[in-house]
Design a protein around this ligand. Structure first.
Ligand code: GDP
Ligand code: IMO
Ligand code: MG
Length: 428
């Protein structure tokens, strides 16, 4: 059996959580492979709304195993909050969740370092989510990190040197924490580690490969998006992990030849939260209208999301890097009332037209747009693609042609039920 991957093609918040939940009944297992509580994945069904951060979005269906892979960074305190809330709302998390021993731990000082690093960058700050993601992955790569598996034996001896390293670094940044504050944070953190240890902590690479051998199907859930990838995103305004398909290989221990379908998710427009370049960003009333209609405010931080037109240059690049086999278009309903819709089909870079995503997308990039007629129809209650208005069909056809990839699913509202699987979709 192969592993399918579902991931974001833009700057995150494409609607990954919603679609993972919708696709979960077709799979035996759902697994997160990177990122951490910087993610905010929203699910809506039966009049309820949930925001998941570290826990996979496959927990609400029919008892599928959900795995937090080795590529994820975990904050025990935030994990505990998330898990306890889910348990209170009736999810039997313990029976379905498995957590990798190799997942790295976010410490209280990682969060302090994240804040101090951002402060030190001043006007050049990344606009991180403040969850300690960068410092935790930094320690992982520089071989100083702590893994969940380390908490079982002599943990204080392992924690001490890392703590000291962080305090030294914080001191050079002029951000030494008050001892009482740090002691409080550490107490809550240590308690939360004991709480996590009551879950099944496993060698998830063995679990995943055993499940595959048994013929079980697995859906991997990406966090963030391709344009936030540490290698291929708009560096340095990116997150600190590989958000792309290959991240599923290293973040779960899945061999590349085991990857099956890659579902690439994008919004019918584009958003970004935090700093960094965004060629199609709109600073006018249209941008504000998209933000209002799409409720474009961060699920984790509540920050306003920057809004703009869809960028097909960036999407083509993301499709190439990820090997996307099928596309999923989200939030087209947000454009339901628009007279006209624009799509960026090429860039002018230093005066020269190109359709290749360039090294840098700073001010030297000018988007070239085509304008398409809007469909001016409320699509939010539609049940099948047969009901799609002609202009919407034309928009979908245009995107498929430009992106050379089929659009398998169209999402027309935040609810689980507002999802149209097209006849051409090849789903499990
Ligand atoms: P994720 O991080 O990729 O899971 O996405 P987020 O949950 O951060 O952001 C997506 C937002 O759009 C959430 O508030 C969803 O409830 C909402 N949403 C998802 N799909 C649709 C859709 O098709 N239409 C509308 N209007 N909202 C949607
Ligand atoms: P989901 O999974 C949107 C952004 C931050 C910042 C940059 C680095 O919900 O799509 P970090 O805290 O990771 O060091 O921040 O990445 N960012 C996201 N933007 N959706 C996310 O996750 C994000 N996770 C991080 O805003 O610009
Ligand atoms: Mg999100």
């Amino acid at each position: 059996m192969k592993v399918d991957v579902l991931l974001g093609l833009q700057w995150g918040d494409e609607g990954k959580g919603k679609v993972v939940d919708v696709l979960t009944p077709r799979y035996d297992v759902v697994a997160r492979f990177q990122g951490g509580p910087n993610a905010g994945h929203t699910l809506e069904f039966e009049g309820k709304k949930y925001v998941l951060r570290s826990i996979p979005s496959g927990i609400f269906q029919h008892g599928q195993i959900n795995i937090i892979g080795n590529g994820v960074v975990l904050d025990p305190v935030l994990f505990r909050q998330e898990a306890e809330e889910l348990e209170r709302s009736g999810v039997d998390l313990r029976s379905i969740l498995r957590i990798s021993k190799k997942a790295h731990l976010i410490t209280p000082t990682h969060r302090l370092l994240d804040a101090a690093n951002e402060k030190a960058k001043g006007g050049k700050k990344i606009g991180t989510t403040g969850k300690g993601i960068g410092p935790t992955y930094t320690d992982k790569i520089s071989r100083n990190g702590l893994r969940l598996g380390d908490t079982f034996v002599n943990f204080p001896e392992k924690y001490g040197p890392l703590r000291q390293l962080h305090l030294d670094r914080l001191a050079t940044l002029g951000a030494t924490p008050e001892p009482e504050l740090l002691a409080d944070l550490e107490k809550t953190w240590m308690d939360a580690i004991e709480y996590i240890k009551t879950y099944e902590i496993v060698d998830s690479e063995h679990l995943v490969n055993n499940l595959l051998r048994e013929g079980k199907s697995i859906l991997c859930e990406g966090a963030q998006g391709t344009l936030l990838d540490i290698d291929f995103g708009s560096y340095p305004f990116v997150t600190s992990s590989n958000t792309i398909t290959s991240g599923a290989c290293s973040g779960l221990g899945v061999a590349p030849n085991k990857i099956g379908d890659v579902f690439g998710i994008f919004k019918a427009y584009c958003t970004r939260v935090g700093s960094g370049p965004f060629p199609t960003e709109l600073f006018d009333e249209t941008g504000k209208t998209i933000r209002d209609l799409g409720h474009e405010y961060g699920a984790v931080t509540g920050r306003e999301r920057r809004c703009g037109w869809i960028d097909l240059v960036a999407l083509r690049y993301a499709i190439m890097i990820n090997g996307v086999t099928q596309l999923i278009m989200m939030k087209s309903d947000v454009l339901d009332g628009f007279d006209e819709i624009k799509a960026c089909v090429a860039y002018k870079v230093d005066g020269k037209e190109t359709t290749d995503f360039p090294y840098s997308i700073e001010e030297n990039v000018e988007p070239i747009y085509v304008t398409l007629p809007g469909w001016k129809t409320d699509m939010t209650k539609m049940q099948s693609e047969d009901e799609f208005p002609a202009e919407f069909k034309a928009y979908v056809d245009f995107l498929e042609k430009e992106l050379e990839t089929p659009i398998a699913v169209v999402s027309i509202g935040p609810d689980r039920s507002q999802t149209i699987v097209r006849a051409k979709a090849k789903l499990k």
